[in-house]
Design a protein around this ligand. Sequence first.
Ligand SMILES: Cc1ncc(COP(=O)(O)O)c(C=O)c1O
Length: 420
Amino acid sequence: MSTSIDVFAKAREHDRLEQLKAARELDLVPYFRVLEGPTLPVVEMEGRRRIMLGSNNYLGLTGDERVHQGARQALERYGTGLTGSRFLNGTTDLHLELESELSDWFGTEGALVFTTGHQANLGALGTILGPGDTVVVDSGDHASILDGCILSRAKLRPFRHNRIDRLEHTLERAAADGGGILVVVDGVFSMEGDVAPLPEITEIAHRYGARLMVDEAHALGVLGARGAGASELFGVEDQVDLRMATFSKSLASCGGVIAGPADVIEYLRVSARPFMFTASAVPAALGAALAAVRICRSPEGRELFEKVLANARYLHRGLDALGFQVVEPTRLADGTEVVTPVVPVVVKDDWKAAFLWKKLYDLGVYVNVALHPAVPPAGALLRTSVMATHDSAVLDQALEIFAEAKRAFESEHGPLPAAS
Ligand SMILES: Cc1ncc(COP(=O)(O)O)c(C=O)c1O
């Protein structure tokens, strides 16, 4: 007997098909736009100069000669690829140096380098957790965290984004599940750019006997005096059990890392399938990441962390003054504001976000468009982000373009959500 169901049918029938077709006809698709040069504060994209406000190159190190040199030397020494898993023929001394630098930076006993950050989350969560455990996640956590949880088959208990009362309630339920518990949060949330209140989270997690993992993807090389992330900023590094980060943001490369206790790292090294059953990163990516880590850990690092946050403040103030609704930086209980390089403009409606994006793009500014499921339904954002290497002339030019795009958009489509 044969089936009448074609597994390819979903490709022809999925929810977004009509929307995508209409957006294509109007040249409104903000995705897969083609870069024609390096990711710098100003880029060449589809035949013209555009100000890049849509990358995670927070320190601007993709353009740094020392990082290029690190990549070049690695390429010359090890060739174009390692053509095998780290488990077999794919471990080099660059991996070992990088792991040693990273564990030192995080202040952990060990660190394990993965080929991507996504695989680091899959590998850690899919291995540490099992079907008898419960994993408690913030609803704003990155997709790779969710994917790792699904891989593990642990019981998944999400709580409402950054709601400590909901976390506590969820942990109460998790405690009754009967297995081990891991709480996983982003240190800086990738779309809204807000931070997790780690002092409260660590206290509650430990009160319930749970372990805590923090994804520092958007916080490493940005927050804390050493740039070691949100855990450092909040002074809770010794209370966070596992730290994750990627090389694809401040470290100007590609790759991922899990840092934590030596026995856990060793267990991941010999058991994590997304670590063992994939090829090791290309040497140039490792060489670049290692050079970037060294810059971050030198006295220059601190200047770069301060610069990127000053640029974020500048852009935030500028957009706010133009009347855009900008997601506010997190305000801590003591009144301090935690600024991050992510400065999102709230648009809410998906189509309006696409129209505004296109106006900006045509006028010469590239930003990211975040739609559901990257954000809650009807919560469309234009996610702008800055680099330490944006200068104020370029940011001013971007703000002028935002003002012009807003005027043109509102005259055609009506008002955008207003600054509060
Ligand atoms: C919070 C967070 N975690 C993990 C990842 C995955 O990292 P990578 O891009 O290195 O796979 C990302 C990347 O977008 C991220 O934003």
